[in-house]
Design a protein around this ligand. Sequence first.
Ligand code: AMP
Ligand code: MG
Length: 466
Amino acid sequence: MANQTEPSATRSILPADMISVEDARARILERFAPTPAEATPLLDALGLVLAEDVRAPFDIPPLANTGMDGYAVRAADTEGATYDTPKTLEVIGYLPAGSVYDGAVAEGQAVRIMTGAPIPTGADAVVPFEETDEYDWTTRESARDRESWGSWQDNPRAEVRIDVAAAEGANIRPVGEDVRTGELVLPRGTVIGPAQVGVLASLGLDRVAVHRRPVVAILSTGDELLRPGEPPQPGKIYDANAFGLAAAVTALGATPLVLDVARDTVEALTARIREGLATADLLITSAGVSRGDFDVVKTVLAAEGEIGFWTVRMKPGKPLAFGTLRGDDGREVPHLGLPGNPVSAMMTFELFGRAAIFKMLGKLEAHPGAWQRPIVQATALDRIANTDGRRFYARCIATQTREGAWQVRLTGPQGSGVLTSMSLANAYAICPEDTPAIEVGETCEVMLVDREAPIPTRTPSEPKDH
Ligand code: AMP
Ligand code: MG
């Protein structure tokens, strides 16, 4: 209904109690906390956040060792060695990685030693094979490979010719070169990536304390919904939201709990919600939260806890419900009620659900802004029209020119029923509130959501055949 006191037609359709995206997100984040720490097998911890400092229980490497295959020597014995004036040393043993040499290297002696093996007592340098007569410069191959030098027992040699003088410490990796006993190796708040998994393994740890994966119950509501795999029926549509949202939840590192579709009755909805509340850290519902909607969703939510119904100044996805529901055990579980429209559901999850999951994962402890996607300035190659004064997140394909400048194109029609607009996008162009359009050639802010997105198979902006 037009509001006569509003100066512009655009603004008149905005309800007075609209809240900004930032305001909505701040109110939502207030209600979340990191999940408890849980000792987790290393590989399961990938992508999760350390809940405790990790200190080194010992030095790494625990012993000085060789960084090259070669001969452990006393550097002084090699002094003056050149290809023309080599030195000859007595070979007193062979040491593969994983063993410790019992004896000691005395003057004029050497131990044949393989990468990673601890430096024998008495030795203070390693001469690589390449600088001895174990290397054939005519074929540029190690003589060891040609003559099966790998087995000392089968083929011991009494002497080695040293062709190059070694400096003291040459090719030796000192004790604790990587970490020292007691050193803080990974502070709490660290996100466990492949390198961190490797470091934890190097410390001998097979489990690590991380904030456990939050369980996110996902509930689709509506009499019109079928589950994929069910035969089509007139008037029905397939439930896109439960699957799209469960995938988004999984991709963030949380565990989705997809509940059966709740039909539009108080009993069905109450039963499904209770089921979710029993184990979930967050309940996400879709549909039934629009203003003019007299869906049972609102009635049931109001009976189960304190819920606010917000009108967020964004598009797609303006209606949003948020609050706290009480589980059977009295536990308070946050509830995020997303719009039913699949594009709106995905976009509101992106802007609000994602940040909430980041907080539960513990990712915002060390870096409060970690949920933010990278934002770049890009030149619009398509006109991006924004009709009703809300902030418009346009589904786009962002590319970089050879020089590195960003450009964006729309994925095509931007209707909130066009779910493929999400699947084709690797970015969202942000058209600010009250900006009626971003014209071709103008610069706009673009939120990058998938830097590694595959090249779209459909040409952007090309109308689909119907
Ligand atoms: P509602 O919020 O219930 O008014 O729903 C808005 C629109 O979203 C309607 O066209 C619904 O059919 C559609 N919708 C609701 N839930 C889903 C879902 N899980 N998957 C696909 N479309 C949905
Ligand atoms: Mg509905």
